[in-house]
Ligand binder design. Structure first.
Ligand code: UDP
Length: 472
């Protein structure tokens, strides 16, 4: 019997990430996590998306002796998008976004073709592929953000309690998705939630100690299967080039610059991969950074308005001096930066990956949510975990809609509060450090996330054996 078990081929998991950098990065890390435990992993994706995770996958394969992670590449459906435009980050118009949505539907065919010719033990699909019902990777906290809210008041500043959650979570009406104004998004998230509920279970990039009441709520109240296996970024074997095949040239010097700064003195400013700021917002952000008097490292992204459209007077001179601020145009090595001792705070849009990366690094946050799950993530960071200061954003608007402009004085004040050595700043910093320790412990051998990976593997192995018995 034991000899027979030894001959069993390793578990095989197919990962099918949604086509957005944040999702691809997380799935590549998740595959590294399972590969380290002896699982054979295949990631199915399109050529451009394969290129951005290739280096992370190669490094993981070098690091582990077990079965390799394969990337299986399928062509991006021909929907009339320009060559090379294959994920959410590259979309610049509504027309392109509509074509992209069409391509997401068309990927169902090659995905099902792969399944028909390979027989993985489990399929982990990105939650946003709402047409699939396998084990689903929940890489955001949309299930909290998109609670059914019933007849809630239409007044933008009305406070709405999200029903059925373990904590009292109140959002302003204006901070929530509007089922009328954002009807397409609303319908999309409803179908994502419905597919999540039909699935075998959900793998979360989170850990028990971060949100124990929500884990309990999920298992007991909702009766759903959930495995919390994160923070998955801690499994990354490629923390410098993770998520890109084209690191910004500015990133060459960024660690050298951080090395010249005292511990905890720099605030890192970055808003993920999809958010675009208007020139008016950039103008106020630059003013805020200057007014704060705090050292800053600011990732502006490669595209975006010309500096002449937003740079405040004197800002070019401040940057030329080089002692207060460092700008990275393009892709920054975020994990390296967040884990540098000089970094003492993070101005973030509360994307779930960025949130968990800050938590793992023990870095507190200034929260500046814009849409999707970001406002409820802010609540978790500021009110439940108490590891952040809110900038006070009030308006839910998608990545492309016009946003409220937050004044430079408000931005400077929020950064000052987070970075200060007063009672509030010190308490937040201590909580963030403690949470970072919990995050790292969770993924170590015997930790809660380590155990959840083992539990999922056990369930899949048992399922495989029971199927064999059934077949006999
Ligand atoms: N990221 C990075 N460098 C950049 C921009 C983003 O490494 O210059 C990574 C970041 O570390 C995170 C992901 O991209 O892992 C962004 O995911 P998140 O959920 O925070 O935001 P999204 O882009 O999905 O809104």
């Amino acid at each position: 019997m034991a000899a027979q078990e030894e001959q069993q081929p390793p578990l095989h998991i197919l990962f099918f990430p949604f086509l957005a950098p944040g999702h691809l990065i997380t799935i590549a890390d998740m595959a590294a996590l399972f590969a380290a435990r002896g699982v054979r992993c295949t990631i199915l994706t399109t050529p451009v998306n394969a290129a951005i995770i290739r280096s992370a996958v190669d490094r993981a394969n070098d690091a582990f002796a077990g079965p390799a992670i394969d990337i299986s590449v399928v062509p991006f459906p021909d929907v009339g998008l320009p060559p090379g435009v294959e994920n959410g980050m590259a979309l610049t118009s509504q027309g392109d976004r509509d074509k992209f949505a069409q391509a997401v539907q068309l990927l169902r065919e090659p995905f099902e073709h792969f399944l028909a010719h390979n027989h993985p033990d489990a399929v982990v699909t990105g939650s946003y592929f709402h047409w699939s019902q396998h084990v689903r990777a929940v890489l955001q906290r949309d299930h909290v953000a998109q609670q059914p809210i019933g007849d809630c008041p239409r007044r933008p500043d009305a406070l709405v309690s999200l029903p059925g959650l373990p904590h009292r979570v109140e959002l302003r009406r204006s901070q929530m998705m509007d089922p009328v104004k954002q009807a397409d998004h609303w319908a999309f998230f409803q179908s994502v939630n419905a597919a999540d509920q039909r699935s075998f279970g959900e793998v979360f990039n989170s850990f028990h100690e971060l949100e124990p009441d929500y884990v309990e709520h999920y298992h007991t109240t909702l009766g759903r299967r959930a495995w919390l296996v994160g923070p998955v970024a801690l499994a990354s074997q490629d923390i410098a080039r993770r998520g890109t095949d084209a690191l910004s040239p500015d990133s060459d010097n960024c660690l050298g610059w951080l090395n010249t700064k005292p511990a905890g003195s720099v605030v890192y400013v970055s808003f993920g991969t999809l958010i675009r700021f208007s020139p008016a917002e950039l103008h106020q952000l630059a003013r805020g950074l200057e007014l704060s008097g705090i050292n800053f490292m600011w990732v502006t992204g490669a595209a975006g308005p010309d500096p002449s459209e937003w740079m405040p007077e004197g800002f070019a001179e401040l940057m030329a001096r080089g002692d207060r601020g460092f700008i990275i145009r393009g892709w920054a090595p975020q994990l390296l930066i967040l884990n540098h001792p000089a970094v003492g705070g993070f101005v973030t849009h509360c994307g779930w990956n960025s949130t968990l990366e800050a938590v793992s690094a023990g870095v507190p946050m200034v929260t500046w949510p814009r849409y999707a799950d970001q406002f409820s993530n802010e609540k978790l960071i500021v009110e439940v975990l108490k590891v952040g200061v809110s900038i006070g954003a009030k308006e839910y608007a998608s990545s492309v809609e016009t946003h409220e402009v937050i004044g430079g004085e408000v931005i400077a004040e929020s950064i000052g509060r987070l970075m200060s050595n007063n009672e509030e700043g010190s308490a937040i910093r201590k909580k963030a450090k403690d949470l970072g320790v919990n995050a790292r412990t969770a993924v170590e051998s015997g930790g809660s996330s380590y155990n959840d990976v083992g539990q999922l593997m056990d369930e899949l192995t048992a399922r495989r054996s029971s199927m064999k018995v059934g077949e006999m």
